[in-house]
Design a protein around this ligand. Structure first.
Ligand code: NAP
Length: 306
């Protein structure tokens, strides 16, 4: 069977593409390694900027979007994608569950947390080092934690952790945070959060669990060690393109590996579209991801008509 479209990824962009595809009567398949749709928002404590659903939890929003796609009968396969062939007119997705073919493909595989790449990070991952505060924060009730980063995720993580931890440090490499001003206001008004500016973490220390971090003030060059029980790294993301390695040699990407595509989601390969956080764009948010899903299906229908 050859599908009209195969959607890779079941985050907001993939789910929105699924809804638009099914409403356009396209024969669509969605492939994701996860059983539960929703992507990265599943790990977000609260999403307060998605119009119409103020303060909804990330998990609930992901679940609602998945149910919406299910309502239209999207066909889903949960499996790991090993590679994709995108150059022929019919595209093939190779997976652990076999090969799937489509006339067009939408890549909506999103991105994953970036590593800080400091000594101790890899060894202590799962033993106090985490990339997901909502997943692991509960283990640090009454303890001291540090969050590294200055974006929305770092600020949200610090606020979330402050509700259960005795003390939370937010460590940022510059003297100004990047995250939304409304979040910053909440951050600075939270008593048990201490923001440390102009500082980088140079190592995470401990033998079988995190015991401390070594920090370096980049302006004064002062070095210090802070005792902490947990370290939450929120220093941005890298695109999820591992399964696309062969395809990437043909797909145009930017220097960080994001697939080059504009609002119409068209890549340089005919019949291949990129939607959501995986494509080059200025603002990576749930609203921009769902918009991409709709735009990708619009461009894809134009391509199929031709
Ligand atoms: P981000 O906005 O890219 O921020 C990453 C932060 O980590 C920056 O402050 C950056 O510092 C810092 N950083 C990067 N590499 C570092 C390193 N090697 N060492 C120390 N610090 C480092 O990433 P994000 O917070 O994960 O957010 C990702 C996207 O999702 C953003 O577009 C964000 O707006 C969006 N998002 C939105 C919401 C919301 O609207 N509620 C919630 C979550 C995420 P510099 O500032 O110096 O570059």
């Amino acid at each position: 069977m050859i599908y009209d479209v195969i959607i890779l990824g079941s985050g907001p962009a993939g789910l929105s593409a699924a809804i638009y595809a099914k409403r356009a009567m396209l024969n669509a398949l969605m492939i994701d390694r996860n059983y539960i749709g929703g992507g990265q928002i599943l790990n977000t404590y609260e999403v307060d900027n998605y119009p119409g659903l103020p303060g909804i939890s990330g998990f609930d929003l992901g679940e609602k979007m998945s149910e919406h796609a299910d309502k239209f009968g999207i066909e889903k396969v949960s499996t790991d994608i090993s590679s994709i062939d995108i150059l022929s007119e019919i595209k093939t997705v190779h997976t652990d569950e076999g090969d799937f073919q489509g006339k067009a493909i939408i890549i909506a595989t999103g991105n994953s947390p970036k590593k800080l790449l400091v000594p101790g990070e890899e060894e202590l991952t799962g033993m106090g080092v985490s990339y997901c505060a909502t997943c692991d924060g509960a283990f640090f009730k009454g303890k001291t934690t540090a969050v590294v980063g200055g974006g929305d995720v770092a600020i949200e993580d610090a606020i979330f952790l402050s509700r259960g931890c005795e003390k939370v440090y937010l460590i940022h490499r510059r003297d100004e945070l990047r995250g939304a001003k409304s979040l910053q206001e909440e951050l600075f008004n939270t008593e048990n959060i201490e923001v440390i500016f102009d500082t980088i973490v140079t190592s995470i220390n401990g033998s079988d669990k995190v015991e401390s971090i070594t920090i370096n003030n980049v302006k004064t060059n002062a070095i210090d060690t802070i005792p902490v029980n947990g370290v939450f790294l929120a220093v941005g993301n890298d695109p999820n393109t591992i399964a696309l390695d062969d395809a990437k040699t043909n797909l145009e990407t930017d220097e960080r590996g994001y697939i080059k595509a504009s609002e119409d989601c068209k890549t340089n390969i005919p019949g291949v579209f990129a939607a959501g956080d995986i494509r080059t764009k200025k603002l990576r948010q749930v609203v921009t991801a769902v918009a991409d899903g709709a735009n990708a299906i619009e461009s894809l229908q134009e391509y199929l008509r031709k």
